[in-house]
Ligand binder design. Structure first.
Ligand SMILES: *[C@@H]1O[C@H](CO)[C@@H](O)[C@H](O)[C@H]1NC(C)=O
Ligand SMILES: *[C@@H]1O[C@H](CO)[C@@H](O)[C@H](O)[C@H]1NC(C)=O
Ligand SMILES: *[C@@H]1O[C@H](CO)[C@@H](O)[C@H](O)[C@H]1NC(C)=O
Ligand SMILES: *[C@@H]1O[C@H](CO)[C@@H](O)[C@H](O)[C@H]1NC(C)=O
Length: 221
């Protein structure tokens, strides 16, 4: 997996007072009760730009939104219990997603990164900006109620302006959105989605079916 350089390096020397959220943190979001914005307010094109997907299609689902591709494991494990992963490719971090269109992006993940024939098993959307003056309003909403997962940025590897304190820090940052469409949690790119299983488990709409041996298995058909 290709993760951000989170080492402070030269920035520490310049800005000794910067405090750094611990990498690996999952932050709680804090949308006020009287703000009724949800992800259902937004609709976007799919990765091939041949259909519009209204996020209200995901009402009642527990949704994990990620600005990259590669979360098959959680989607396979919890898909049967009302969980979905939605991925939004993005090209503002070191230009790691240069694909011109859906075909190129999908070939990139299949043969280059992660490679090895990787085929996403979840919904992919059109490439969007998640920060900067062209950022998609979905991300404006997600970021506005969740603290940043890191507080230092290296402008030289960021291909957007302006840089703001609450920006998405890199590819693979994750937002967990509740079954009511409201943003709940925000996780640093270095957080392995599998380590968010407790957060997911606690918010899933469909409880685990027990097979009697204490093992949890997904509900299917
Ligand atoms: C989002 O949708 C809700 C319910 O339809 C509506 O009340 C609210 O004004 C919308 N918010 C935005 C920002 O569009
Ligand atoms: C959507 O676009 C892709 C790639 O351009 C194409 O292969 C596919 O057939 C299209 N699907 C529909 C339903 O138009
Ligand atoms: C999305 O769907 C909701 C509910 O069906 C509808 O009210 C809303 O206008 C749709 N939004 C867009 C942008 O199509
Ligand atoms: C995607 O982009 C490539 C390179 O520009 C081009 O060859 C290909 O025809 C495009 N595919 C679609 C479906 O637009």
């Amino acid at each position: 997996m290709w993760l951000p350089q989170t080492s402070l390096g030269p920035l520490v020397a310049f800005c000794g007072l910067i405090t750094v959220a611990k990498a690996g943190m999952v932050m709680n979001c804090n949308q006020p009760a009287d703000d009724d914005t949800t992800i259902y307010n937004f609709s976007l094109m799919d990765i091939n730009k041949n259909k519009t997907i209204n996020l209200s299609d995901y009402q009642g689902k527990l949704v994990m939104i990620v600005n990259y591709i590669g979360l098959n494991a959680l989607n396979s494990k919890y898909g049967g219990r009302g969980f979905v992963v939605l991925a939004f490719p993005c090209n503002i971090f070191l230009k790691q997603e240069p694909g011109a269109n859906g075909t190129e992006i999908l070939n990139g993940v299949k043969y280059v990164r992660p490679g090895g024939g990787f085929e996403p098993n979840f919904q992919l959307f059109e490439k969007i900006d998640v920060n900067g003056n062209k950022e998609h309003k979905l991300y404006t909403y997600l970021k506005s109620y969740c603290p940043p997962t890191q507080t230092e940025f290296k402008p030289s590897i960021l291909f957007y302006t302006p840089i703001k304190a609450n920006d998405v820090s890199w590819n693979f940052e994750k937002f967990l959105v509740g079954t009511d469409g409201r943003v709940m949690k925000r996780a640093h790119p270095s957080v392995d989605p599998v380590s968010m299983e407790m957060d997911v488990e606690n918010a899933l709409p469909v409880p685990a079916a027990s097979n009697g041996a204490g093992r949890v298995s997904p509900i299917s058909g």
